[in-house]
Design a protein around this ligand. Sequence first.
Ligand code: SF4
Length: 214
Amino acid sequence: MNGINKNLNLVYTLDGKIYINLTNRCSNRCLFCIRNLSDEIEGKNLWLDNENFDSSAVIEQFKDVISKNPESKEVVFCGFGEPLIKFDMFCEVSKFIKENYPSIKIRVNTNGQANLIHKKNIIPQLAKYSDAVSISLNAENKEKYNFVSQPFDKENAYQAVLDFIKGCVDAGIETSASVVSGFDKAPVNLQECEKICHSLGAKFRNREWLPKGY
Ligand code: SF4
């Protein structure tokens, strides 16, 4: 494990926010995934040549980025992969941020499958380290979800996402659930998705699909 790896884009900035890119691994293969369209976001290549780094490498990059962007008020765990696959690393980095930069808000953008991946309920710990979560609902039913998201566990993924949304709401985390609209290969029923979100107690977010990312 490397303590510091300056060649990897683990931490980057976008629109005044700091983003943390923990992994390129994901339990989905979404048809609209930005990784299918581009190697980078705003000029930052988010493909990691290797994942042989530990949380101290992320923290070192974070310290460097925050020192150059002291006005930043929000950190988002979101990159070219599912951040909660590396849940222990997420906790270590978030703990450092909470202890050293308590005014910064922490949000996680996730596919909502962490409990399924880790085979345990990680939400109580997530609630300690995350102020907000944005969870990809992606579709109004299991069949459409499986088509558009191509999860590793087609039998259980959609229900796991619904349970994760409800679990985060119940744990007091500011929770929104999102769909990507305007992607012609997989049109979603926005009204149905919004109804599902609200029935679970989450805010609804419609993200418009754009050919060069969404
Ligand atoms: S969950 Fe996110 S990172 Fe994973 S394939 Fe879908 S869009 Fe890409």
